[in-house]
Design a protein around this ligand. Structure first.
Ligand SMILES: Nc1ncnc2c1ncn2[C@@H]1O[C@H](COP(=O)(O)OP(=O)(O)OP(=O)(O)O)[C@@H](O)[C@H]1O
Ligand SMILES: [Mg+2]
Length: 215
């Protein structure tokens, strides 16, 4: 279980707390959705969970052991908003292999299957993929590291309906096998997949997790 306790964060440059006394937990292989208006602190929360930002107060533990920001970076796979803007590889294959010195081709096949991109042409440029496929590729890049926790920041932003469905199916495939935290403005899109939801409002938890098993 990932357990956040009393996380409070105020940037040095800011006069107000961006996150104020946030506590919640996520069970292993659970899907949790984080909702809330623009500026509520959702992205900041993802940055803190994944160890990229350090809160002034509070602790985070995994399986009952407190984990440092450095350890959290190690176990987290983060896909930020509009990840396709940050592709570095000139081909899909290169994008997947980035940072992996010795890599078996088999790993690529396994990961591509997980995100529903089996058989994709590895020699093509990432920009040639459709919007939904690009999001899948961004998730695949993170899965190559075999992260314990997968964090997605608004994975459906800017996609049309059929591509949003692509992302939903992707989450459906990963669900029950990965601990997944998704920031989203459209929780209803994930109907049919069991999830818990928390709503942030001005840095505080507005609604505590409510189990949702709609379908
Ligand atoms: N380094 C910083 N210094 C000062 N203020 C910041 C800093 N980073 C974020 N903020 C402010 O903190 C608040 C929360 O930002 P955050 O990006 O986490 O919100 P969000 O919920 O992800 O919003 P959105 O839905 O627009 O992505 C915003 O008001 C933002 O302007
Ligand atoms: Mg955000």
């Amino acid at each position: 279980m990932l357990d956040l306790r009393e996380i409070t964060y105020q940037p040095q440059t800011g006069s107000e707390k961006i996150l104020d006394d946030i506590s919640f937990n996520v069970h292993e292989n659970e899907l949790i959705l984080i909702c809330g208006n623009s500026g509520a602190g959702k992205t900041t929360l993802l940055e803190i969970i994944s160890g990229l930002t350090i809160p002034q107060k509070g602790s985070i533990s995994w399986k009952n052991k407190t984990i440092s920001a450095r350890q959290r970076r190690w176990i987290s796979g983060v896909v930020f908003q509009f990840p396709e803007r940050y592709f570095l590889g000139t081909t899909v294959g290169k994008e997947l292999k980035f940072g992996h010195k010795s890599l078996r081709e088999k790993n690529i096949d396994i990961v591509l299957k997980k995100v529903g991109l089996s058989g994709i042409n590895l020699a093509q440029a990432p920009e040639k993929l459709s919007g939904g496929q690009q999001r899948r590729l961004a998730v695949a890049v993170q899965l190559m590291r075999n992260p314990t926790i997968l964090l997605l920041d608004e994975p459906t932003a800017g996609l049309d309906w059929s591509m949003k469905n692509d992302v939903k199916n992707l989450v459906h495939n990963l669900q029950n096998k990965n601990t997944i935290i998704i920031v989203t403005h459209e929780p209803s899109l994930f109907e049919g997949i069991p999830y818990k939801i928390i709503t942030l409002e001005k840095g505080k938890i507005k609604k505590l997790m409510k189990e949702h098993y709609g379908g």
